[in-house]
Design a protein around this ligand. Structure first.
Ligand code: SF4
Length: 404
């Protein structure tokens, strides 16, 4: 029977933006109580090499403190494991143009961790080793950061948050930070679920600890709303079971999550919550219903008229991400009206495109640029990619309409 342990946290004062040893000590005590009956009992950690894999995707701690793993949790866990005699490395690849060095520096952990002797691994500067999933869904070969493979134990410490593409971002999704950008940028569409399941086939964390001290709902992973009404931490050896219970606590049913269905079908863990033993309080009493991320941009933004022509999740999520970010930065208020076409038009039904402020977003919309009924010169600006990266459109709008 798979076990998932959880604790609700009371009396955590301070915040990820502004903390002292006081809240680190409190979180360390809570972590000890979470792990003492299971992980610590089963493992002699003396001299063990342990890699901690947090989520450091974009540490905008001042503005959005729930995007990444709480620095206090990373520090408290490192200290706890060092107290047990373990040697600790911290590793991630935030990807998409943010270097590991910058992410560590922004994570607010460095001043504490350097003193404790934790070693930082810069996955984006290091070697990746080829691995082959037994039952490949998408990747016949996956490249995994060498540093992640050279440890006795990997402890995965994801943030508890919703996600515009995978619905939730928890333990399995957090494994994306183990692969290089050249593979990470591929299959970032509906098939992202198969991609992260393939990664789980080649790297199974020994333990997953979900950081729900502050959680995030809505337009996550980057622009959601903080949930601070039920601080909690969860742990377990089966990352599928941990994700299933955490997503249930967030108001999802595990069968709604494609990556959990795929992982359980491949025998990588338990997705059925009736077959998971929960050590903690009643999950029914603790269950909350997180706002889900909205994928569509149609009709949502006053200055951006989005025409969705059968686009898949890849383009829809990349565009919505970009627009959420532009709105978050108040960059959409003073620009002229824009029209963005995305997806592939119904054959034989090409909308005529005209005007100055027209964009075609994603490779599928490419056919629009060459198939239109108008004899006017085509003025649409094209954002290529399948899917384009979120920052492509974001940057293009900022360059086209700089703030004076
Ligand atoms: S270009 Fe087409 S297939 Fe590729 S992500 Fe966009 S809509 Fe999906």
């Amino acid at each position: 029977m798979n076990k998932v342990f959880y604790r609700t946290l009371e009396g955590i004062e301070e915040s990820p933006q502004n903390f002292t040893v006081k809240s680190i000590k409190k979180i360390k005590e809570e972590l000890y109580m979470l792990l003492e009956g299971s992980f610590f009992k089963k493992n002699n950690l003396n001299s063990k090499k342990i890699l901690l894999k947090p989520n450091l995707v974009r540490p905008f701690i001042d503005k959005l403190p729930a995007v990444c793993t709480d620095p206090r949790l990373i520090i408290a866990l490192s200290e706890l494991l060092i107290d047990c005699g373990a040697r600790i490395k911290l590793g991630d690849n935030p990807g998409f143009g943010l270097s590991c060095r910058q992410a560590y520096s922004d994570s607010r952990t460095e001043p504490y961790l350097k003193k404790t002797g934790v070693e930082f691994c810069f996955f984006d500067e290091e070697e990746f080793i080829q691995k082959k999933p037994d039952n490949p869904l998408i990747f016949k070969e996956i490249y995994i950061a060498k540093e992640a493979l050279e440890n006795d134990i990997i402890i995965n410490i994801p943030k508890m948050k919703t996600h515009i593409l995978t619905m939730v971002s928890l333990g399995i999704k957090n494994l994306l930070g183990l692969i290089p950008d050249r593979q990470r940028l591929l299959f970032h569409r509906t098939d992202i679920n198969a991609k992260i399941t393939d990664i789980l086939q080649v790297v199974k964390p020994s333990l997953t600890i979900v950081d729900g001290i502050l959680a995030m709902e809505g337009q996550s992973p980057l622009h959601g709303i903080i949930r601070d009404d039920l601080p909690m931490i969860l742990s377990g050896e089966d990352v599928v079971a941990v994700d299933a219970i955490t997503s249930y606590l967030m108001g999802f049913e595990p069968y709604e999550l494609t990556f959990l269905c795929l992982a359980s079908r491949l025998g990588l863990g338990e997705n059925d919550i009736s077959r998971i033993t929960i050590i903690g309080e009643s999950i029914e009493e603790r269950r909350r219903f997180f706002k889900r991320a909205v994928l569509s941009s149609s009709g949502r933004f006053q200055k951006i008229n989005v025409v969705e022509m059968g686009a898949c999740q890849g383009c829809l999520s990349a565009l919505r991400h970009a627009l959420d970010r532009l709105e978050f930065e108040n960059h959409l208020q003073n620009i002229p009206m824009q029209t963005v076409y995305t997806g592939i038009p119904m054959p034989g039904h090409y909308p005529g495109i005209s005007g100055d402020n027209v964009w075609c977003f994603g490779n599928c919309s490419h056919s629009l640029v060459f198939n239109h009924d108008s004899t006017e010169p085509i003025k649409a600006k094209f954002i290529p990619g399948c899917a384009p990266h979120i920052f492509d459109f974001y940057r293009a709008i900022k360059e086209s309409f700089p703030v004076s």
